[in-house]
Design a protein around this ligand. Structure first.
Ligand code: ACM
Length: 510
């Protein structure tokens, strides 16, 4: 990489400096030296990546580094206090590589930066990296991706593959949209027909499927090893046809509807002020809360077009109180902000556009007024199932589509809802809805490269506080870094869309 070019890292680090001097070369006998709590686990993941990507076999040692080793050091004084949760430093010199962090999460994100700096040809050529020094920490604590496993079901191995791909971008939350009209995807012991019947199909008549509780626990653990928190969503009271089809007693008529495999929204609702519905909510929330070590349990609340306004308010007050009673922080789409009875700290997820329409901004601020915080997912830039170009084979175009890579990059979370700044923004999330996406390769084609843009918005420092934001987020700086990342995706087998705005390196070995 010629001097003066940006370091090929996404999200862009807070500070990065080229040091001059000789490059680091990974010798065959190099080791990974670890010190501090959790360093061994982080090192094991790095060693596994270097084995699969570069065919290098490194030993992990609990002793000080020797010349040419990679050191991972976890200790409280490795980062300033306010960067402790996930910050890290990375230095690369001829003497060795050193990652320092106060937490295992910080060290893990340092490893992701290192992976992007390792040349793609590392299996055949000597593995050398130019000398540099990076200090880095995230702007937002919550950096998310959402996978809709309800419309099309994705098996546990697909979800693990997705987790592997998102961590390279320092995304640390995976929101799983587990239930919708088209399918119920998590087994509930106390309501077994939700999966016996309600999981048996999916969008377009696809096969369906569901996670057993053991499979879900295993996914949660796999994610946690990679410093990713799973956020389960049980979408209620709308988007519930699969549940209504599984239990007649959840319906006003006492008759279960047919399973649904189309793409309409807004036609289903749970009953409100009903003992059976209340028992249902309590049971499903209790079981999912017990499977979820993370703090959040998402209860949807979006597009309830068949629930009366009064019923909606009563439902949201009841359901969010049940989530809190089971020890979780409720989260929900911004419509839940219509309620003035949200438990303290409830998290709202904004999914209107970068220019708010209707009551979306007010509903969003309602969470803040009630002591909560906000995840920003503006649909016209951060919904990754929206087509890249008119006529695409995959995706939908309702959210002001098409959405190109530049649009996904040039926006700022703190400049959308007037009065909502970083103090109350928990973070940023990019959802991918799967009505048209049947395979994990389809999902990846929609998610990558746009998730790289959204991940940089979520991690990297805010652009200078001047208008307009377009002149501050430098797409010309981002584009070559994205081309470099594409080479890693190609080498690692992650599918991605070769969007025409980027000069992809097609010579890369695949
Ligand atoms: C949504 O896109 N209905 C949250």
């Amino acid at each position: 990489m010629p001097a003066g070019e940006q370091l090929p890292v996404i999200p862009r680090p807070v500070t990065a400096e080229r040091l001059g001097g000789s490059a680091f070369t990974l010798a065959p006998d190099a080791r990974v030296s670890v010190a501090g709590p959790g360093a061994g686990e982080v090192a094991a993941l790095l060693v596994a990546e270097l084995a699969s990507d570069c065919r290098r076999d490194l030993a992990i040692v609990h002793e000080p580094p020797a010349y040419g080793d990679i050191a991972i050091v976890i200790a409280p004084d490795e980062t300033p206090d306010d960067e402790r949760a996930e910050g890290y430093s990375l230095s690369i010199t001829a003497e060795g590589v050193r990652i320092g962090a106060a937490t295992a999460a910080g060290a893990f994100w340092g490893v992701q930066t290192l992976r992007q700096l390792v040349p793609v040809e590392c299996a055949s050529d000597p593995l050398t990296i130019e000398p540099l020094s990076i200090r880095d920490h995230p702007r937002y604590a919550y950096r998310g991706a959402m996978l809709d496993v309800a419309r099309h079901f994705f098996a546990p191995d697909d979800v693990k593959r997705f987790i592997d791909a998102i961590v390279l971008l320092k995304v640390n939350h995976l929101h799983l949209h587990l239930t919708d009209d088209q399918g119920w995807r998590i087994h509930i012991e106390s309501w077994p027909n939700l999966t016996a019947h309600g999981a048996s199909t999916g969008s377009d008549g696809s096969d369906g499927g569901f996670y057993t509780q053991d499979e879900f626990r295993d996914l949660v653990a796999y994610a946690a090893e990679r410093h990713v928190t799973i956020v389960p969503e049980l979408d209620m009271p709308g988007h519930t046809n699969a549940a209504l089809a599984s239990y007649p007693e959840l319906n006003a008529s006492g008759v279960a509807p047919e399973l649904y495999t189309g793409a309409k929204v807004g036609f289903s609702t749970l009953l409100v002020d009903d003992d059976t519905t209340d028992r249902f909510i309590d049971d499903v929330v209790r079981e999912v809360a017990a499977l979820t070590p993370g703090p959040y349990l998402h209860i949807g609340g979006d597009e309830c077009l068949s629930t009366s306004a009064d019923d909606f308010l009563r439902f949201i007050a009841r359901a969010s109180a049940i989530v809190a009673a089971h020890g979780k922080t409720p989260a929900g789409w911004h419509e839940m902000g219509k309620s003035a009875e949200l438990p303290d700290g409830t998290v709202g997820q904004y999914w209107d556009f970068v220019t708010p329409r209707g009551s979306a901004a007010d509903e969003t601020l309602s969470f803040v007024r009630q002591g909560g915080s906000i995840i920003m997912s503006p649909a016209d830039v951060a919904y990754l199932d929206i087509v890249y170009e008119e006529g695409d084979r995959l995706g939908q175009d309702w959210a002001d589509g098409p959405t190109g890579i530049r649009e996904s990059f040039v926006w700022d979370p703190a400049r959308i809802v007037p009065g909502l700044g970083d103090a109350h923004i928990l973070g940023v999330e990019a959802p991918v809805w799967t009505e048209t996406l049947a395979t994990i390769e389809d999902v990846e084609e929609m998610v990558f490269p746009r998730l790289a843009a959204v991940a940089e918005v979520a991690w990297s420092p805010a652009p200078a506080d001047t208008e307009p934001v377009e002149s501050e987020r430098d797409f010309d700086d981002f584009a070559p870094r994205l081309a470099a990342l594409g080479a890693h995706w190609a080498a690692g087998g992650t599918n991605f869309r070769r969007v025409p705005e980027i000069s992809w390196r097609e010579s890369v070995r695949v």
